[in-house]
Ligand binder design. Structure first.
Ligand code: ATP
Length: 202
């Protein structure tokens, strides 16, 4: 499973459709200050299901939409499409029977985000789980933003453990455990309510 293509439209400074082919091996992005290098990395994180606007250096998620410039009006939506080469069939269950996976995330002003996987509408959670199971994703330590190395050196042991867990490929299991705990709590609350009703009827 390998990222092979990234397409951006109206995402931050990439107002015009921009198509980037990601070749095998190491990819470097070079350019003058402010040309959009970090925006590219953020696009990658965003299409994998990032939910924190702050991680996108914005106050709200709609800040990823092209905000306009002196000569160009603001856009109404932003879209990022990530193509994943799955010739090795290493994608997690549900996606492992296709040669290629295309994930698309689009955000529209006053509407919010919508996701598609190979043209089929899916939930944010499905995308987040796909990448968590593949030991990557919006929060992957493989995506290193500016200043993050210094943060890592000063990090608490618990944060460092998260990186080891990610490397061990168990992030998806943690997410599922958390969701199971939430369901358990809500079921326990429902049972208490049932007890109350039964008591009132008795
Ligand atoms: P540096 O080398 O200084 O870290 P960089 O190449 O990583 O810079 P970015 O931080 O990716 O550059 O891009 C910053 C540019 O993106 C700024 O010019 C900023 O105005 C522009 N930008 C960010 N968000 C938007 C938006 N929503 N609409 C239009 N332009 C935006």
């Amino acid at each position: 499973m390998r990222f092979s293509r990234l397409r951006l439209t109206g995402f931050k400074s990439f107002v015009d459709p921009t198509d980037l082919v990601i070749s095998e091996g190491l990819t470097g992005v070079v350019g003058p200050n402010g040309c959009g290098k970090s925006n590219l990395l953020e696009a990658l994180r965003w299409v994998m299901g990032e939910t924190r606007a702050k991680a996108m250096r914005g106050a709200g998620m709609e800040d990823v939409i092209f905000a306009g410039a002196a000569t160009r009006p603001a856009r109404n939506f932003a879209e990022v499409a990530l193509t994943i080469d799955n010739a090795d069939r290493l994608a997690p269950a549900g996606f492992n029977d296709v040669d290629q996976i295309e994930i698309v995330r689009r955000i529209t002003r006053d509407v919010g985000s919508a996701y598609k996987a190979n043209s089929k509408e899916v939930r944010a959670r499905d995308i987040q789980m796909l990448f968590a199971d593949a030991s990557t994703g919006a929060h992957s330590p493989a995506l290193v933003r500016q200043g993050q190395i210094a943060e890592l050196i000063n990090a608490k042991p618990k944060s460092r453990r998260r990186i080891l867990e990610e490397a061990a490929g168990i992030s998806g299991l943690y997410q599922r455990r958390h969701e199971a705990e939430l369901r358990l709590n809500s079921t326990e609350a429902n049972l208490l309510r049932v007890d109350d009703v039964v008591e009132q009827l008795a």
